[in-house]
Write a protein that binds this ligand. Structure first.
Ligand code: CP
Length: 334
């Protein structure tokens, strides 16, 4: 049984097939792949796009989605093994995942890191526990990676450039300022898919402390060895933007400062100039700009960039619907 926890677990042929099917959905193809089937969407964190697009996508394919928010409208869940459950949690993941598997055909999970100890967060315990105990396929709705966003971004680029072959495109993943230290998930994912698709990828960030986790840097290096792309890190804004075909923005907290964010804040505050603006975009090769959304205007990117024809963030958001339909169809019919 196949899950969709990370794109890195799927072969290039499988990803290409999902993207081709998603492109067909984007063109209006109809499917009843979920007819008579259902999906549980388990949200430990808020969402606009993910929740809406999964619910609508399941509906459009003849299926039904159930949204559960543990600790709000569903019981709080314990994930530790062997623990004496005399705290907040009313039930254990060992029961939750197996019970849900008796009701639904797919289980999907959003569980952000706790941002206190990266060595704990990087274990992805909530998602991995669902995958361990579920007897139906599990989909990652964003934990420490965001594979559905990766595919939506890839489809947006393929549509913009008019070809599924993105090799040779110069892709810049730029860190941007945000008042809070955010999840590294989308950055990890952007790096993963851009290198997988053979682009020439630059990770632009203020200092080496903003490098992503070695697991994802390793995936990037492995991917370019196979795909023929390239990967490097830069702290030079002008040099990184010059000639870029794609600028993808995301803010994230520096991993060495997990749990002591008060010490990271002055560094973050000193790099507000990483905002994506017209002057930086003018350095690109008439490049496109995108972001996973939600985005704070005039903090991460200016109004002018967001409202420019170069911005494909809305197309990328639409693509969440198409790629997730393709993923659900592939998993539900395996
Ligand atoms: N990009 C994204 O996942 O959006 P939501 O957090 O609104 O689901």
């Amino acid at each position: 049984m196949k899950h969709f926890l990370n794109t890195q677990d799927w072969s290039r042929a499988e990803l290409d097939a999902v993207l081709a099917e998603a492109a067909a959905f984007r063109q209006g193809k109809a499917s009843q792949a979920l007819k008579g089937k259902s999906i549980a969407l388990v949200f430990f964190n808020p969402s606009l796009r993910t929740r809406t697009s999964f619910e609508i996508g399941a509906f459009q394919m003849g299926g039904h989605a159930v949204v559960l928010q543990p600790g709000k409208d569903a019981w709080p869940i314990e994930f530790e093994l062997g623990t004496v459950m005399d705290g907040e949690a009313e039930e254990h993941i060992a029961e939750v995942a197996r019970v849900l598997s008796r009701y639904v055909d797919l289980v999907a999970v959003r569980a952000f890191p706790k941002f206190q100890d990266w060595s704990v967060d990087r274990q992805d315990t909530v998602l991995r526990s669902f995958a361990k105990y579920s007897t139906v396929p599990v989909i990652n709705l964003e934990t420490i990676t965001h594979p559905c966003q990766e595919l939506a971004h890839a489809l947006a680029l393929q549509t913009h450039f008019g070809t599924p072959d993105l090799r040779g495109k110069k892709f810049v993943l730029t860190w941007t300022y945000h008042p809070k230290p955010l999840n590294t998930a989308v950055a990890n994912s952007a790096l993963t898919i851009a290198t997988r698709l053979g682009m020439d990828v630059t990770l632009l960030c203020p200092t080496a402390e903003y490098a992503l986790d070695e697991r994802y840097l390793g995936w990037a290096r492995d991917n370019v060895a196979e795909s023929g792309g390239s990967f490097r890190m830069s702290h030079d804004i002008e040099e990184a933007y010059t000639g870029a075909d794609v600028v993808y923005a995301k803010s994230w907290g520096a991993i060495p400062y997990f749990g002591r964010w008060d010490q990271e804040k002055p560094i973050r505050d000193a790099h507000k100039h990483f905002i994506v603006d017209e002057a930086k975009m003018a350095l690109t090769n008439r490049g496109v700009f995108s972001h996973c959304l939600p985005l704070r205007r005039n903090v991460k990117a200016t109004d002018a960039v967001m409202d420019s024809p170069q911005c494909i963030a809305i197309d990328e958001a639409e693509n969440r619907l198409h790629v997730q339909k393709a993923v659900m169809a592939a998993l539900a019919t395996q």
